[in-house]
Design a protein around this ligand. Structure first.
Ligand SMILES: CC(C)=CCC/C(C)=C/COP(=O)(O)OP(=O)(O)O
Ligand SMILES: C=C(C)CCOP(=O)(O)OP(=O)(O)O
Length: 294
């Protein structure tokens, strides 16, 4: 395992991207669908979620291989959500990950199907992993469908849409982010630790950790939407302002948002200590993502 965080992340990004290619290239499906799925999966992105899943696994066990199919499945679901989020019916965005959005390169119908394809194929990737036993497959698929579906990310997206053009309070804002962004992060942390054989008590503390990590990630996203660099982020900024959605900076000011983020970082680290994994890469990743500039 590489000793510093940048090497660690780069090491796993290479492995994750190789496995994404393996899983998609073997599909025997019509060319436009395959090209469209490959386009968004290979368009870059920080690969935060799969890295977190592997780091959570490695807090308890060695050899990432058992965690790889879940990591790749998770990145497929995340990417599907971005393809659909960018569609004209939703955010109507032209750029994502520094490249034209999927529906701008392909047509809208193909982009919808590419998203549907990534969503459903993600479950097949887990179901076909020879390194997992049947009980593990059922537990992971159950968790993934829960966190990405109406009780999780999809539910958060509709709350987010309902929050346009009106003021939300801090509690409502946290609930939206907990579902829309936090649930997939929860899947990453839970699944890694579950596959690494963490105890029930450790899994509970890690769920608490994931809750704060999701919020940290989102506060920083809101801050970057105001202060960030469009070229670095690879997407249009100022969209929160345009849709008149409440954000952390709007409710608390930039300084207030930074202060709240720092409180979440402290809470996240405390949860890691309670789970007795404070010497894992999860600690460094928390710091890293709280200060990210893209
Ligand atoms: C079911 C669907 C479509 C879910 C989308 C989930 C999601 C996290 C979208 C991006 O959020 P955002 O619009 O706040 O971020 P960005 O600025 O990256 O578009
Ligand atoms: C939840 C949000 C804010 C959507 C973007 O997520 P990321 O910032 O992780 O996007 P990529 O790096 O995967 O493109």
């Amino acid at each position: 395992m590489p000793a510093n965080l940048t090497d660690y992340m780069n090491h796993y990004i290479t492995i994750i991207e190789q496995e994404i290619t393996n899983q998609l290239e073997k599909l025997e499906i019509p060319k436009p669908l395959k090209d469209s799925m490959l386009y968004s999966m290979n368009a870059g992105g920080k690969r935060l979620r799969p890295i977190l899943l592997i780091a959570s696994y490695e807090a308890f066990a060695n050899d990432y291989k058992k965690a790889l199919s879940s990591s790749v499945a998770l990145e497929m679901i995340h990417t599907y959500s971005l393809i659909h989020d960018d569609l004209p019916a939703m955010d109507n965005d032209d750029y994502r990950r520094g490249k034209l959005t999927n529906h701008k390169v392909f047509d809208e119908a193909t982009a919808i199907l590419a998203g549907d394809g990534l969503l459903t194929y993600s479950f097949e990737v887990i179901a076909n992993d020879p390194l997992l036993d049947e009980k593990q497959k059922i537990e992971i698929i159950k968790m993934l469908s829960h966190t990405s579906g109406p009780n999780g990310m999809v539910g958060g997206q509709i709350l987010d849409m309902q929050a346009e053009n009106r003021e939300s309070n801090l509690q409502e804002l946290e609930r939206i982010h907990e579902l829309k962004t936090g649930e997939l992060i929860k899947f990453a942390i839970y699944t890694g630790a579950y596959l690494g054989n963490a105890t029930k008590e450790q899994l509970q503390y890690l769920e608490e950790f994931a809750y704060y990590l999701g919020l940290i990630f989102q506060v920083q996203d809101d801050i970057l939407d105001v202060t960030g660099d469009e070229a670095k982020l690879g997407k249009r900024l100022g969209s929160d302002e345009e849709s008149k959605k409440s954000t952390y900076p709007r409710l608390l000011g930039i300084d207030g948002a930074i202060e709240l983020k720092n409180q979440y970082v402290t809470s996240a680290k405390n949860a890691l200590k309670k789970a007795e994994v404070e010497d894992s890469y999860l600690m460094n990743l928390t710091e890293h993502f709280s200060k990210r500039d893209h």
